[in-house]
Design a protein around this ligand. Sequence first.
Ligand code: TYD
Ligand code: ZN
Length: 406
Amino acid sequence: MHKCRVCSNNIEKFMSFGKMPIANAFLKKEEFKDEYFFELAPSFCNKCFTFQIIDQPDPNKMFHENYTFFTRSSKFMVKHFNLFANDIYDRFLKNLNQPMVIEIGSNDGAYLEFFSKKNISHLGIEPSANVAKVAKSYGVNSLVSFMNLETSKKILNKYRKADAITAANVICHIPNINEFAESISNILDDNGVFVFEEPYLGSMIEKNSYDQIYDEHVYIFSALSIQSIFSNFGMELFDLQHQSTHGGSMRYFLCKKGKKIINKSVDNILLKEKEQNLNKDDVFLKFKQNIEKSKIDLKNLLNQIKKNNKLVAGYAATSKSTTILNYCDIDEDLMPCIFDTTPTKINKYSPGKHIPIKDHKYFQEAKLDYAFLFAWNHYEEIKKKEQKFISKNGKWITHVPEIKVY
Ligand code: TYD
Ligand code: ZN
């Protein structure tokens, strides 16, 4: 028995992925012996409707001076964040006198750069010093810290309350979500907005994209869960927008209670979530069955490829790939390497299964028959980039919504 991280209700795991390493802890050979593992087991709280993992490594083990995720590794995402910033500016800030913008999890500054260029007061809160350093080179100010009550006090000592607080793919990383919500409420101006986007529970269930479940994602949110978390801190949803990023995300718009007109999208999406049964345990039992089937199908396919003496490699050493490789027990024998563009991952080994990570510049000359698309969420961008692979009869393998070769 465990306690829900949000409402302290008693909850149980509905399945276990077994022992998992830290998804972004790409390592050198000499580090294999000290590798850290924890049990990855998801659970659903039917009282506050929050999907969560039960155990999580200490956040200091995940977000530190050697964090390997850089937003700027995807051109599409850089464009996406520029549009996001533009929307926030147009809708909420452009008529304000000297607005103040805060981003939680500002990474390499791909989002705040827009405000920095406009000379708008801004602050990024980012626990990983190495990515914050890159942000600085784009003129983006960061405070290297986790966002919590103590940080909110530090911010208020130095800056005024924010007109817009935003975040992307980061709120789901924060174990103590209640303290976080209180901190946001403290630093948000009474007329301000808190807008964030995260991988969406509805899409994960629909696409069977269970690889969204890894150490950093303590939660996979729905509108139902966000509403129950933030309403305890005097905030409410006033708009919702589906996003295509990360294979299906939701953008949540929150304000202090009663401060904004509630858009129809809120009722519409809450209703749809209830129709999808995102407030009931049964959905997760079906989800578990789909995950187990996906594992069997993938293992069969990779074994067949090996038997046929065909060449396969992974495409993009994403965080998500760590869940697939470890849960499906795929090692170098079935997948000899993974190609990736990130300098801090190249020539290291994948967490847990220790598959070599190779520089993407060698992808073409590897003459692969198949590439397993770990970055399935960036398919459109990758398809454009890899015309040569496709024209030479290279085939993609995906696992969403089910194992498929195309
Ligand atoms: P992303 O889906 O954002 O990863 P995560 O699962 O960690 O959220 O993809 C980022 C990773 O994919 C990063 O390691 C770089 C790699 N990548 C490539 O190697 N080539 C590409 O064309 C793209 C888009 C990503
Ligand atoms: Zn709960």
